[in-house]
Design a protein around this ligand. Sequence first.
Ligand code: HEC
Length: 136
Amino acid sequence: MAASPLRPRARSAPAPVAAAPAPAPAPPAAPAAADTPEARGKALFSQPLIGSQAGCMTCHKVDTDDKIVGPSLKGIKERAATRVEGKSAEEYLKASILAPNEYVVEGFVQGLMPAGYREALTDDQLNDVVAYLMSI
Ligand code: HEC
């Protein structure tokens, strides 16, 4: 077997050693969940429990018109404005969370919606939940 000729050495300058890559910039921190009243309200609404009270989503749908125990709250901001004469949508929503028996939605029974949210929610949390309901 004939010896194969040695490969001529490359005369050219050795390939430049790649400069050590600059350290990659730290990846941007995961975007914080939007800290808006609507986002906080949505999170609260979705809790299985609020304090010792059942969470809202155990009884209310927001994405379909289906009833669970309570009426769907899809599009509630329009209905809320017309429920009680003299009450704005926000006022009605607050009242229906804090004092659910003051106005009972037609077709539903009084006393099903827990009446303990006044203790379970701070004023800020109540405002957040209302902001969320006004956004869906
Ligand atoms: C155990 C079930 C239950 C839970 C939990 C519950 N609700 Fe209700 N809710 C009802 C029922 C039943 C009604 C209808 C009867 C009435 O008006 O009280 C209602 C009515 C409402 C209404 C009035 C809807 C309309 O069409 O006028 C709003 C607003 C509402 N709930 C919001 C909430 C929010 C916000 C929470 C959580 C903080 C919550 N509910 C938790 C059962 C529930």
